[in-house]
Design a protein around this ligand. Structure first.
Ligand SMILES: [Cu+2]
Length: 620
């Protein structure tokens, strides 16, 4: 999926890699005079290293003019490049195949690296290195496997020393789509890993070629068989590999045992370092199945002991999960009319992933009941029997809790405590008789810090049987608060955690200036029902233009003697306050949170405010 700017780069990269590979393959098999194993080596390496593979091919190996290949490939740096190519072709193929398989099997990263090393070594030794040696030297395949073992071991150690940390740190960084072979980013990381491996193992290969431990590039003209070729080199003298002192093509390594032991130990240490270094930064016990595909908020603390569940909890909503895009001006909190079934008021709620505009130019991904944020308003009367059919279309389990209500325990909603969570695609029926009245709300009670932060809540207003008991006003407005974290085109659950603090704030799913304006006349009253449907902050909600009277708290009407005047009320998560405000003077009177950051949109004021701000427009 295209979710980040790097995805555009990757598309360009892989188009170029495909073109480069096609060219190298065509040129190698049509024009370039060298053994078939080497032709395949360049083709594979160009596939993995894209334009860099092409660069190596034309600078070091492609015959510049007829008959010039022998002379052209003589310099040591080119021989070293050739030696590295047939090492990387085999090793990287084994490593990449193993990476795909281990991701599918869900093996932890530390085990991935070991399997990848063994697969890379096996591919390198049994296919590229031994076949190449056989084509150079003749002799039996197994003789060549034996001769190739040490050079391949040294080269592979250096290759993996470069590739392992680059691969691991990029795969398990912020954007863990890199762990999923179905994502372009996985293949991008593999390419960067191969390039890093190439760079680290190149000096080792140059040394081994200079000591005649490995062959680099060579020339093989059409019509020459391998064996004839070997003889012709010995006789005609157009030796093309690193010139050997004894004048024929046999490998006489000029290396001491001490040198070989020291280089082997050094590359072995590089390998161990490369495979353990990432464990300083990332949790290598996790697998693609644990966290693959997750994109984490910038600034989240992820240590080598951060569990996969913690990462999944704080990860962005994957944009491809969006099932419904709401209209730009769609409203949340619309009243859902029940249908009557044998005297029971029945509501249907469906939770799904939506795209939602909190401002005309700011979209978020969210979790919504019935495609709106907040979910639809349920309005019933005290004593009603109500049934709510909940369907879960989210990618994770969920439940619904009826906040503040006296209900049978199995209707209360806490996942894994009073009920089994509703699995994706599942249903659950909540049914109870309302015994209270006032301002209430419903919300998810499964992974609440994630799901409610994404918008999975709605108002539940219960009118008293006897309406005269309720403080009256000319107008009524329900305010449901929420905090959002939206960065770089992705929506993360806002949390009081490092890296997860919110940067947008909404009343009924909209940030000012997209919030509602209520029109009133001087002398009229309005009942504001504040609902702390947000997850993180106590919002001191303030009304301009004179005090209001607090008439109810958490759904309970205060007796007249307990009601009080105020102009600011602290609405904490879960709390509700009903206040009645009188319009004394004409004009634009704002209702807003008194934490000034909460009246900005991503730290910017728009039309004088932002976020948790709305307007009471009073006419004379
Ligand atoms: Cu606030």
């Amino acid at each position: 999926m295209i979710a980040q700017p790097v995805d555009y780069f990757l598309i360009v990269w892989f188009v170029l890699a495909a073109l480069c590979t096609a060219y190298v393959a065509w040129d190698q098999f049509r024009h370039n005079p060298e053994p078939v194993v080497m032709k395949w080596g360049f083709v594979l390496v160009t596939l993995y290293m894209g334009p860099i593979g092409l660069l190596l091919y034309v600078m070091a190996d492609k015959e510049p003019g007829p008959g010039e290949h022998e002379e052209f490939i003589k310099p040591l740096w080119k021989q070293g490049a050739g030696s590295t190519i047939h090492c990387v072709a085999g090793d990287a193929t084994g490593i990449i195949l193993a990476a795909v398989i281990t991701a599918a099997l869900g093996l932890p990263m530390w085990l991935d690296l070991i399997v990848e090393y063994l697969a890379g070594f096996a591919f390198g030794l049994f296919i590229f290195q031994s076949l190449f040696m056989k084509s150079m030297m003749g002799g039996s395949y197994w003789e060549n496997v034996k001769k190739s073992f040490m050079p391949e071991f040294i080269s592979m150690n250096a290759m993996m020393a470069g590739m392992a940390p680059v691969m691991t740190l990029l795969m398990m960084g912020r954007d863990m789509r890199a762990m999923e072979p179905t994502e372009l980013l996985f293949w991008g990381v593999m390419s960067v890993g191969v390039i890093a491996g190439f760079v680290v193992t190149y000096p080792v290969n140059v040394w081994m070629v200079s000591r005649q431990m490995k062959h680099g590039l060579m020339t093989q003209r059409p019509g020459e068989t391998e064996q004839v070729h070997k003889n012709s080199h010995a006789s005609s003298g157009h030796a093309s590999a690193q010139p050997s002192t004894d004048g024929h093509h046999g490998m006489q390594p000029s290396v001491t045992r001490a040198q070989l032991a020291a280089v082997t130990m050094a590359t072995g240490l590089m390998l161990v370092g490369g495979m353990t270094f990432p464990a300083l930064f990332v949790n290598m016990r996790l697998s693609a199945r644990d966290v693959g595909g997750a994109i984490m908020p910038p600034g989240m603390i992820m240590g080598w002991d951060t569990p996969g569940a913690a990462m999944r909890d704080m990860a962005a909503i994957a944009p491809r999960l969006v099932a419904y895009t709401a209209a730009r001006d769609a409203q949340g909190d619309t009243v859902l009319e029940p249908r009557l079934e044998n005297g029971v008021k029945v509501f249907d709620l469906e939770a799904s992933v939506v795209r939602w505009n909190i401002l005309p130019d700011v979209q978020v991904e969210g979790y919504a009941f019935n495609g709106q944020i907040p979910g639809p308003r349920l309005r019933v009367t005290e004593g009603d029997r109500i049934r709510i059919n909940v369907t879960n279309k989210l990618p994770e389990s969920t439940t619904v809790h009826w906040h503040g209500l006296i209900v049978p325990n199995e209707m209360d909603g806490p996942a894994n405590i009073t009920q089994k969570p509703i699995e994706p695609g599942g249903k659950y029926v909540y049914e109870f008789t309302t015994e209270q009245s006032g301002t209430y709300f419903y919300h998810t009670h499964d992974h609440i810090d994630r799901q409610q932060a994404f918008g999975l809540y709605g108002a539940l207003i219960i009118d008293p049987k006897n309406r005269v008991e309720e403080p009256q006003a000319d107008h009524e407005y329900v305010l449901q608060l929420q905090e959002w974290l939206e960065r770089e085109g992705l929506t993360y659950p806002a949390m009081l955690m490092e890296g997860a603090l919110p940067n947008y704030f909404t009343i009924n799913g909209k940030a000012y200036p997209a919030t509602d304006t209520v029109k009133m006349k001087v002398g009229e009253t309005i009942k504001l029902r504040f609902i702390g449907s947000n997850n993180n902050f106590v919002h001191p909600m303030h009304v301009h233009g004179g005090p209001f009277t607090v008439v109810a708290r958490d759904g309970n009407v205060l007796p007249p003697a307990a009601r009080f005047e105020a102009d600011t009320v602290n609405v904490g998560p879960g709390q509700r306050y009903d206040v009645i405000w009188t319009a004394h003077r004409p004009g634009k009177w704002i209702v807003h949170c008194h934490i000034p950051h909460h009246t900005t949109n991503n730290n910017v004021e728009q039309d004088g405010a932002g976020g948790l701000t709305m307007m009471l427009e009073v006419q004379a």
